[in-house]
Design a binder for this molecule. Structure first.
Ligand code: ATP
Length: 280
């Protein structure tokens, strides 16, 4: 995977527009776990993100909302550099995780993916037992002792609020679980390598309302220990579970504010139009 850093001055002048909310998004400097500055991203010659700057607060839930194709998933996948699996991707700008530049050659991508875990839209357990799914990451990192793996599996499933449901079924295939249970096992799998940040890309869009409610409740519990960034199409969900909300449109960050403020008192007409259902 290659990271192509463009000369920022040229690139920005030629191809990008400045967002109107830069000062707004810079307010919350303290207690940020990730700081994004002037991020641009291209798929080949098509630009998907424009000068995005925002800080992700620690131990809070940050929601990313916006209409289809506005760059929500692209932005999320940039935070752990997963987006660079698409070979034509180029980026400019900076992202710092705990004040370290994630694009620096000194910063190991493997470490980043451990610390910044990801949960996807469709539950994607491996075709293995529940136990082996959760133990997968720790084993890759060299944990071999059964007692230690047992502890990690229990702790992670407890962290994902699914231990009581599954403790007697650990050696059953994860494919036999319901979609909602699979998603919580995937969250446990992410927790097993001890991340700080969990990126969630529409984690409930494939789930029924009861499973969705359980995952939303879990997100609330997880923010005691983890920083969560969640992409959602569902504005009610963003309003219910997030502390901060970022509204994206056409690859730009239009507005980023405390969730209550953004929904009750949007500062930008485009945010207001979106949240009142005028488009999207
Ligand atoms: N692998 C890719 N190759 C080329 N272009 C891509 C790729 N992935 C996304 N894009 C483009 O980047 C832009 C942003 O897409 P992205 O999936 O990030 O938006 P989104 O807001 O998450 O959309 P949705 O809500 O529909 O999932 C779109 O124009 C999309 O076509």
């Amino acid at each position: 995977m290659s990271k192509v850093m463009e000369k920022k001055t040229n690139v920005r002048n030629e191809q990008t527009k400045k967002p109107e909310v830069k000062s707004e998004v810079k307010k919350e400097k303290t207690n940020s776990i990730i700081e994004v500055n002037d991020l641009n991203l291209w798929y080949g010659s098509d630009q998907a993100l424009y000068e995005v700057s925002m800080d992700i607060p620690q131990e809070r839930v940050t929601a990313i909302i916006g209409p289809s194709g506005c760059g929500k998933s692209t932005f999320l996948k940039t935070l752990n550099r997963m987006v660079e699996m698409v070979p034509i991707v180029k980026t400019s700008g900076s992202i710092k995780y705990r004040e370290q530049d994630i694009f620096s050659s000194k910063f190991k991508e493997e470490y980043l993916r451990t610390k910044v875990g990801m949960v996807f839209q469709k539950p994607n357990p491996f075709p293995k037992s529940i136990y082996d799914n959760v133990a997968y990451g720790p084993r890759i990192h060299g944990v071999k002792k059964k007692e230690i793996l047992d502890q990690i599996v229990e702790k992670s499933l407890k962290g994902a609020a699914i231990w009581d449901e599954l403790k007697d079924r650990l050696h059953e295939n994860a494919y036999g679980l319901s979609g909602g249970q699979q998603q919580r096992v995937c969250i446990a799998r992410a927790l097993a390598v001890e991340p700080d940040v969990i990126l969630m890309d529409e984690p409930t869009s494939a789930l029924d309302p009861i499973s969705t409610a359980k995952v939303e409740e879990l997100v609330q519990e997880l923010k005691e220990k983890y920083s969560i960034v969640i992409v959602t199409h569902n504005m009610q969900q963003a309003a219910r579970i997030s502390d901060k909300t970022a509204f994206f449109l056409n690859g730009e960050l239009i507005e980023y504010a405390d969730t209550d403020n953004l929904f009750q008192n949007p500062q930008d007409k485009r945010t207001e139009d979106y949240i009142t259902g005028r488009f999207g």
